[in-house]
Design a protein around this ligand. Sequence first.
Ligand code: MG
Length: 160
Amino acid sequence: MKVGIGYDIHRLVEGRKLILGGVEIDYPRGLLGHSDADVLIHAICDGLLGAAGLGDIGRLFPDTDERYRGISSVELLKEVAGKIIEAGFFIGNIDATVILQLPKLAALIPRMEERLASVLDIEMDRINIKATTNEGLDATGRGEAIVAWVVVGLSRMVKE
Ligand code: MG
C-alpha cells in the first residue's frame, strides 16, 4: 500500500461561490483562487498524486495556465484519478479533515462524500470527510480561510 498526504488553504472572500468537495454551499463568501478554489478537492488531488509518486497539483495544473482559470476542481480531480489508474493503482481510502469556523458542514458531508465517490468512481465507504473548527484561533478560526488535510491510501492493481 502507498500513502499520500494532501494539504491546502484558500482565503474566504466576498463575491465568490463557496464550493467544497464538489458541492456548492449557500454562504455569503467563497474561496479565492485561480480555479473554483475547492480546497478539499485540491488536497485530495495532492494526496492521490503524492501516494502514487506523481508530483503535485501545482505541477500538473499551473495557476499561470489560462486553461485552468475558473475551472471546476471536479475536472482536475477526474484527471488526477485517471493518472492514478494509469499508474496501476486503485484508491483504498481517502480520509479528510476540513478546518473552518463557518459554515457548519455536518449536514453537507454526506453530499460531499457522495459527489466525490461518484467522480472518483469508488464506493462511498472508501471516503470519509470530517469537519472541525479552529476554536477561533488564527486566520482559519477568524473565518478568513478554509484548510483541508487529506490522507490517501492507494493499492496496486493486481496484474492479470
Ligand atoms: Mg488550492
